[in-house]
Design a protein around this ligand. Structure first.
Ligand SMILES: [Zn+2]
Length: 358
């Protein structure tokens, strides 16, 4: 199980909040037309406002502004990056669609595939705009937290990249639907799924082939609620189905080998490059106090699944420029560690370089 991640706690105070300006590259966290103004640090009587309120129609999709480790509880989510920057959003939807009942199932508050403590990708669906808690109307209250405390999210929001829709897990294809299974009636082979794109259950009939591809009735019964299935649908009938691997990356984030280094006097090792590509998808944070951290990079042991090599790795943390990983840096790392082989991959704003013995 991933470790639980505690939410950043905004100060409830009449004192001024920190006003140092920062711009964190991000995707705008709400899809759909949004009205907002800079209201961080405004005096609201009993306290100062700790974020910006992004006003949007109820049930507008909320997406991860950047990649990081996710935590959530009813109404609220938070995402923390490896470098200590994080965000928090609240007032997610708690109404059954079409009502104002404050009693919605969590399926209408959060994306169905979220697991607390797991890594989310930039642009991934997190949940839906609502008016839960003490909100006057539907909006996302959005906060930015840094390693040294809160900051105004407005400068980052002003230049944030706008998406037209949450990013899918797999490259989009016509007639393909990604969702999580909610019910299966074996007699009629009717499958109820919650798509990753909208808070509305869909009922489809599984073909024999698709049912077998999902492991039959037993496979469906054992399926975790957060596990994503990819369904190819023709006329309300699922013709083909696959289980999306847990931790699948979005199409825009797949790892790229460090090609710049091939052809130089140093040639990357294919096995280690494959390991590095896999690590990009799974690595969430510096897992050991034995890591040495310098600026935007860290050096330390990296335990990897399925290998028995004694290894060290240099990890480019989020925001590290790719130019850091020149031939000179690789040479330096090999010299420093005493290892002779290396492989690496770039993606998701990170660079992983793995070093190993011959
Ligand atoms: Zn607010």
């Amino acid at each position: 199980m991933p470790e639980p991640l505690l939410p950043p706690i905004p100060p409830y105070t009449k004192q001024h909040l920190p006003t140092e300006r920062v711009t964190i590259p991000m995707v705008f966290p709400v899809i759909n037309p949004t009205r907002w103004r800079s209201s961080y640090n405004e005096d609201w009587g009993s306290h100062r406002h700790t974020g910006c309120d992004l006003i949007a129609p109820k049930l507008s999709p909320v997406v991860a502004p950047f990649a990081g480790v996710l935590g959530f509880k009813p109404q609220t989510f938070w995402i923390v990056r490896e470098d200590g920057w994080g965000c928090l959003g609240t007032h997610l939807n708690d109404d059954t669609p079409g009502t104002n009942d404050n009693k919605a199932h969590l399926d209408f508050m959060f994306a169905p595939n979220l697991v607390p403590g797991e890594r989310v990708r930039e642009g991934q669906l997190i949940g839906y705009v609502g008016d839960s808690g003490d909100a006057d109307g539907p909006h996302l209250h959005f906060e930015l937290h840094g390693p040294e405390g809160m900051r105004d999210p407005a400068p980052s929001l002003k230049v944030a990249r706008r998406l037209r829709a949450p990013l899918p897990l797999l490259p989009p294809e016509p007639n393909r639907l990604e969702g999580c299974v909610r019910r299966f009636a074996a007699k009629t082979r009717r499958l109820t799924v919650l798509p990753l794109t909208e808070p509305r259950y869909k009922t489809l009939v599984l073909s024999e082939t698709a049912l077998a591809q999902l492991g039959g009735e037993a496979g469906l019964a054992a399926l975790e609620r957060s596990r994503v299935v990819s369904l190819t649908v023709e006329k309300q009938r699922v013709e083909r189905a696959t289980l999306v691997p847990a931790g699948a990356r979005s199409a825009t984030e797949s790892g790229q080998p460090l090609v710049r280094l091939s052809g130089s006097s140093l040639s990357p090792d294919a096995t280690l490059t494959r390991c590095a590509t896999a690590e990009l998808a799974q690595f969430t944070k510096l897992s050991s106090p034995r890591w040495i951290r310098t600026g935007s990079m860290a050096l330390g042991p990296l335990r990897m699944r399925g290998t028995k090599l004694k290894q060290a790795a240099i990890l480019g943390l989020s925001g590290a420029p790719a130019s850091l990983f020149s031939q000179e840096v690789v040479q330096e790392a090999l010299r420093y560690s005493g290892f002779t082989r290396f492989g690496g991959a770039v993606g998701s704003g990170r660079i992983i370089l793995i070093l190993a013995d011959g």
